[in-house]
Design a binder for this molecule. Sequence first.
Ligand code: 5GP
Length: 211
Amino acid sequence: MSANEESSQPLRKGLLVSVSGPSGVGKGTVIQRVRDRIPDIAHSVSVTSRERREREIEGVSYFFRTKEEFQRMLANDEILEYDIYLNHYYGTPIAPLIELINAGRDVLFDLTVCGSLALKEKFPEAVTIFLLPPSMSDLRDRLVRRGTECIEVIERRLLEASVEIPKADLFDYAVINDDLERASDRIIAIIEAEKYRYIRQIGIEDRILNG
Ligand code: 5GP
């Protein structure tokens, strides 16, 4: 590669960061906070077969598709990883992600636990973060306070959490959400530190020496 070609490459390889955690842990709010504070980070827009909620925007919140359309995308190898959550498909479409990676963008993913593990398998350099509740009783309190589900569903969520939480050891980082501000600060610190790993800046010394 010539010096010119080399200098047209992004200075740093983009970072892929995924956040997972049990239902009720406050992942959505923490992720929103991280996005607000790192506006440059791109959001991997997933495809889902669930209904669009009020205020959600097609192509921004999700790509909303029917089950059949999702299955067609799967059959055509257009989905990097997927999971079924509450009877609906959720998956990461490959094409937009490749575009972001080629542009050297940092990308944030909001995935189920299985989704983060699958992403790591496909992209071992991806950074996976497990968001944990301070305790199971705290998680129960949060689910009850949320008031969106009946007691049977809350019990099922807690059971799912007790299966998911032991998988924390498969993640790169484990962050306790004891406080929204502190948890997002921790995730931001992880992202900032990961950006400066040498592996994402290979050749930086040559640029300095030849610059
Ligand atoms: P919600 O319906 O609340 O937007 O999302 C439900 C769950 O699906 C969340 O835990 C979210 O992290 C997960 N999710 C959203 N998109 C994807 C995806 O592309 N792949 C996987 N594996 N999980 C996803």
